[in-house]
Design a protein around this ligand. Structure first.
Ligand SMILES: Cc1cc2nc3c(=O)[nH]c(=O)nc-3n(C[C@H](O)[C@H](O)[C@H](O)COP(=O)(O)OP(=O)(O)OC[C@H]3O[C@@H](n4cnc5c(N)ncnc54)[C@H](O)[C@@H]3O)c2cc1C
Length: 383
């Protein structure tokens, strides 16, 4: 049992009741299907319609946009519960895409897309990374050329979460000069969109239920009002100003997975026998688990503090970079240490700890790599 954490102001009775609702729904409706989704390599888009109907997709949106006018804490609680149940972060990406529209969309764009994103009628993805650039996004080459009353888009994206299942994409494109000032974001409804093609669904070492795909744009023609915020060249700034939230977003599953890994490992080692005693009784096991439980506690405290600051409007980007860096590194470390205590069973894919270990690896890569986080933190130190 992990020690009780200090109860932050953001955790009230209503949020806990909501959490309980989400947890029960996930256990009853999503978890039983997870093995099948892993085998097929994606979660069907329709899954999220029921999730949206219950108000779990975008509770933080205003009621005019189909939300419940709740605080962002409700969204983070949903992500926490999904991660505890090993459901991948597909709704997390959906959420981040919706926030681009919420923060930068015109009134007409918000009205057009947000209600359908909240209900789950549309599932969203974010397409930034290209075969030739990921960390260095200002080098992106997918081009949106102005043509009459619209744009024609040519290029390719890769590693896109929900790439296979999404019906709406926020896509980073080049509308102008080389470098960051020539980047814009466009929003595409991809169903029956001529020139748009989903390429391979990529095979990964973990996160097997989450689809990750290549996308191709060959002369995709869209009306000019698909440009997010209606002014060209603001895409890079739009991407940058969402980063604190996005980075914190990845820390919540890190905290959830670390806690679950410790719980599973305590339970397993308490029943596994070796040399006439339980594995838990070896001093090495007890020390390792004590270290992991301590990390679980510190990670959760850090994440809770960042959530509180996010809600108060005082979360500075550097704290979010530090949280992303540190929490995801600890997730890798704890899942590795815990796997070791399972022995050979820890390497078997049917054991959750094996999957958690493989799933954790990408947390240090996507949403900005650990190296990029360090670079951003160091830049601020140097000022
Ligand atoms: C499962 C998965 C899902 C993803 N989902 C999405 C998605 O939904 N949408 C999307 O747009 N992208 C997505 N990505 C892409 C992801 O964001 C990129 O892979 C990531 O940003 C790294 O970019 P890259 O792969 O091009 O690596 P590179 O940028 O080529 O980096 C290679 C190595 O060089 C290091 N490096 C790069 N620059 C520096 C520097 N300045 N200083 C020090 N080291 C540096 C990196 O840290 C890394 O170790 C996903 C990736 C994966 C694996």
């Amino acid at each position: 049992m992990l020690p009780q954490l200090y109860r932050h102001r953001w955790m009230d009775e209503d949020i806990e009741a909501f959490r309980d609702q989400v947890r029960r729904y996930v256990a009853a409706e999503l978890s039983p299907q997870l093995d099948g989704w892993r085998r097929q390599g994606f979660i069907p888009r329709e899954t999220w319609r029921a999730f949206g109907a219950l108000g779990f997709l975008l509770p933080e949106l205003d009621e005019t946009y189909g939300g419940a006018g709740a605080s962002l804490a409700y969204q983070l609680v949903v992500q926490d519960e999904l991660a505890k149940a090993e459901i991948p972060a597909n709704t997390g990406v959906h959420n981040l895409a919706a926030h681009y529209i919420l923060d930068y969309g015109s009134a007409a764009q918000k009205q057009r897309w947000l209600p359908r994103l909240a209900s789950g009628e549309l599932l969203a993805g974010i397409a930034l990374t290209e075969p030739g650039c990921g960390s260095d996004l200002k080098a992106l080459r997918t081009r949106a050329r102005r043509d009459g009353d619209g744009y024609v888009i040519d290029g390719a994206k890769t590693f896109i979460t929900n790439g296979f299942t999404a019906s709406l994409l926020v896509v980073a494109v080049r509308t102008g000069e080389a470098g960051s000032r020539g980047v814009s974001l466009v929003v595409l409804e991809t169903e029956d969109l001529p020139g748009f093609r989903v390429g391979r669904r990529l095979e990964k070492i973990g996160q097997h239920a989450s689809d990750t795909a290549e996308l191709f744009f060959d002369g995709v023609r869209v009306p000019a009002d698909r440009l997010l915020g209606e002014v060209e060249g603001r895409g890079f700034a739009q991407l940058m100003s969402q980063l604190a939230y996005e980075r914190l977003f990845l820390c919540v599953p890190a905290a959830a997975v670390i806690e679950r890994a410790v719980e599973l490992t305590v339970a397993y080692t308490q029943q596994r026998q070796a040399f006439g005693q339980t594995v838990f009784d070896f001093q090495n096991t007890r020390f390792k688990l004590a270290e992991c439980a301590t990390l679980a506690h510190v990670v959760r405290s850090f994440v809770n503090d960042c959530i509180q600051r996010l809600l108060d409007g005082t979360l500075d980007p550097e704290a979010a970079y530090m949280a992303k860096l540190w929490c995801t590194e600890q997730q890798g470390k704890v899942t590795d240490e815990c796997l070791q205590l399972f022995g050979g069973y820890g390497y078997m894919a049917e054991y959750p700890i094996a999957r958690m270990y493989a799933d954790a690896r990408v947390q240090r890569i996507y949403g900005g790599t650990s190296e990029i986080m360090k670079d951003l933190i160091a830049r601020k130190l140097g000022t």
